[in-house]
Design a protein around this ligand. Structure first.
Ligand SMILES: NC(=O)c1ccc[n+]([C@@H]2O[C@H](COP(=O)([O-])OP(=O)(O)OC[C@H]3O[C@@H](n4cnc5c(N)ncnc54)[C@H](O)[C@@H]3O)[C@@H](O)[C@H]2O)c1
Ligand SMILES: O=C(O)C(=O)C[C@]1(C(=O)O)C=C[C@@H](O)C=C1
Length: 367
């Protein structure tokens, strides 16, 4: 397809959408806008967008497709302020926000002005943010929820899917309410649990600093998402408050039930509890991309001496294993640091792990 695609919010998701659209529609012009000028310039430098808009309005005026990829409270505000007289008549407006009811409600004023809005939510992402983390393949095989309201023409939904075909996602249509209920259970509430587990560990660490040093695979697996963008999650929790309050209530009951069977040492009930959870977890449908990390991180405990980073990158370079990102994320005591290496694929990470184990005795673990 040809035309102007205007992406507002050039972070992980906006950037990934821009790349996926350009891949499938090389003749489209991708115009970007971000309140953070540095991020917008970086998007241009990385060729994630073709042009920078000088203002929201300037970008909107030219657009055939608008993708709002800002935190959901910002998306709501932008939608409430949009006016048909600065838009092309046939434009499609969509968003990628993690909540849908409030967004669709705020888009209602656009529908009344004859503008097509179709809510959207690609069900894949990461705890990383910013355009540097954007990837064209981020949404491959993930579910992509669309929430067209009554009155949206079927051909507009098809036109949107055609624009978005480069995501290689699987589209599914839900009502905004259904969407918020389901994502509350499988995405929003789990982020609350992850963050609360980290808070609990932090409290216990005050008693004994060994707590974070002993945090191994299990704790790291279940709390990876606690490293997500706090602004994004603040907005989601406020937007999906009603669903989350209900989930808090049922979770508290669940924990009380679990607490009492542990207190009673009811081994049969405890066993059944874990067995049932295992059976449901093991029976989840074959992993779609949305459930697979799109970034493959390897953590390496390295001694804190000058040159250790180039030592490790040197080993990897010799075996032609490419790293997409490298960062020292924390220093333990003054002896050890944790190096985080990110790779494009699981295969690269496995090769890197083997390579580091071959050349060093540093501990490595996946994240
Ligand atoms: N991260 C995920 O895993 C994920 C997955 C699916 C959907 N989402 C949704 O996608 C949206 C973006 O999330 P992200 O992970 O890309 O976040 P991000 O922090 O990587 O990017 C958001 C960008 O929006 C910009 N921004 C904020 N307010 C703005 C405004 N008023 N005008 C223009 N730009 C503005 C920020 O400067 C930032 O660059 C959110 O609504 C989120 O709920 C996120
Ligand atoms: O993989 C992650 O880090 C995510 O949290 C991605 C995730 C999720 O699965 O909850 C987060 C928010 C989105 O709206 C969709 C996907």
């Amino acid at each position: 397809m040809e035309g102007n695609v205007f992406v507002v919010g050039l972070g992980l998701i906006g950037g990934s959408m821009a790349l996926a659209i350009k891949k499938a529609h090389p003749n489209a012009v991708i115009i970007g806008y971000d309140v953070n000028e540095k991020e917008m310039k970086l998007a241009r430098t990385l060729k994630v967008i073709d042009e920078m808009a000088s203002s929201l309005e300037q970008g909107m005026r030219q657009a055939d497709l608008v993708i709002l990829a800002t935190p959901v409270m910002q998306t709501e505000r932008i939608l409430a302020e949009m006016r048909a007289d600065v838009l092309k008549k046939n434009v499609i407006i969509t968003d990628v926000g993690s909540t849908k009811q409030r967004i669709v409600k705020h888009a209602e004023q656009l529908r009344k002005q004859g503008i097509t809005f179709i809510g959207g939510h690609p069900m894949a992402g990461s705890h990383k943010s910013g355009v540097a983390a954007a990837r064209a393949h981020l949404f491959e095989n993930a579910f992509y929820v669309l929430t067209p309201t009554n009155g949206v023409a079927a051909e507009d939904v098809e036109r949107l899917k055609e624009w978005l075909k480069g995501t290689k996602a699987q589209f599914v249509v839900l009502s905004p309410k259904e969407h918020d209920r389901i994502t509350g259970v499988i995405s929003h509430f789990p982020h609350i649990i992850a963050a609360s587990l980290v808070h609990q560990a932090e409290r216990y660490e005050k008693e004994n600093p060994l707590v974070s040093r002993l945090a191994a695979g299990g704790f790291r697996d279940i709390t990876r998402i606690a490293s997500s963008n706090p602004e994004m999650w603040r907005d989601i929790f406020i937007h999906n408050k009603e669903e989350l309050l209900a989930l808090f209530d049922s979770w508290i009951l669940e924990m009380q039930k679990l607490r009492s069977i542990v207190e009673e040492e009811n081994s049969e009930a405890i066993y059944r509890y874990f067995l049932q959870a295992k059976q449901f977890r093991d029976g989840l449908p074959a992993r779609t991309k949305g459930a697979i990390p799109s970034f493959y991180d390897l953590y390496v405990d390295v001694p804190d001496y000058p040159g250790v980073i180039s030592e490790i990158t040197g080993y990897l370079a010799k075996e032609q294993i490419s790293i997409t990102n490298i960062r020292i994320i924390e220093t333990r005591e003054e002896i050890y640091g944790v190096l985080r290496l990110s790779f494009q694929s699981e295969e690269d990470r496995a090769k890197a792990k083997a390579c580091i184990q071959k050349h060093t005795n540093y501990d490595t673990y996946e994240g």
